[in-house]
Design a protein around this ligand. Sequence first.
Ligand SMILES: *Cc1c(COP(=O)(O)O)cnc(C)c1O
Length: 421
Amino acid sequence: MSDTFFGSDFNELAASDPEIANVLIDELTRLRGGIQLIASENFTSPSVLTALGSTLSNKYAEGYPGKRYYGGCEVVDVAENLAIDRAKKLFGADHANLQPHSGASANIAVFGAFLKPGDTYLAMALPHGGHLTHGAGVSYSGKWFNPVHYGVAEGTEDIDYNQMRDLAREHRPKLIVAGGSAIPRLIDFEAIRAICDEVGAIMHVDAAHFIGLVAGKAIPSPVPFADVVSFTTHKVLRGPRSGMIVCKEEHASAIDKAVFPLMQGGPMMHVIAAKAVALKECMTPEYQKYAREVIVNAKVLTSELATHGMRPVTGGTDTHLALLDLQGIGVTGKDAEQRTGASGIVLNKNSIPYDPAPPSVASGIRVGTPSVTTQGMGTEEMKQIAHFISRAVTTDSARDHADIKAEVTELVTKFPAYPRP
Ligand SMILES: *Cc1c(COP(=O)(O)O)cnc(C)c1O
């Protein structure tokens, strides 16, 4: 295949555009040089990157396989059909739409399929772990619709299903969204289905964060319960940066029309091909083992951080991520993010439920294990990382941060992201 051109000739780019070529190198160096604990990130396989860097990027293919508005789609149709078949098989879904460009745009399509402007829906409050696209005032979801928010119970810090039921009875929403970006625990899909059935609402699960764990059969699936499940493909799922929707057969046509032409134009066929590659990877026993290890690593990292005085919200985690309350050690989320960053550990500050601090400061941090697990790290390394974090967040000294960074470098050298061939 050495005579086949896939666009990945780095030397040519380096000669014609050294500035951007350097950005590509610097980003790879950054990824390899630190510990990536952003819960929504992962490292795709080189095969996914090959599909992304292919000439499929050139093709206009508005419409769906076999029903396009452009000629010359017979080759890309093969990629999209493979992606659809794999998605249906992997998730046991009636119908799959592979075209949304991202998680946020997948959610626009779901709203477009089931809601009219001004309609009422229920979703999790952002400060309790929801997402901007679940009704934040700065998002279309809050500006053009009428969101009513449920949250977590103050005692358990887990989703308050009683509040959800009460709000559903009171507001009679057309749709209920479950899911969010900082929910460490499993979601009770059966309970939400019962509430949706009682009030006649569509059940929409935004599984962006945890769908990779579902794909790896490491946690229960929302697909049998929900009318529609939207998600990103670049988080634990380890595919290209993109979105996707699966739904019941009765909603297939509404979802397809809402993705195209209501919400977007031409699909990104190179990204759809890359999604097909990732979905095939997800069907392997290796990926299922990976998904289980992501959770084991998250549990160990969380309990170790707890021994260092960082309180896990809800007391722990069942998934790939944890939220740690730093009030007990007297450090803000903002300072923790800056201090760990200076020590070679990338994570994000995060509001905790009922946070007394504003979101720009926040009392917590969010950590996730998809990337470090892809690198092959295990429980011993999680303990080491917890120790690094504990030392980093409790000191303001640049010298201490440099010392920790040297140890971080030593660790990641043993577990390289994107090992050199
Ligand atoms: C990440 C995320 C999204 C948005 O995905 P983008 O690809 O960044 O648009 C939507 N919903 C939830 C719950 C998420 O975690």
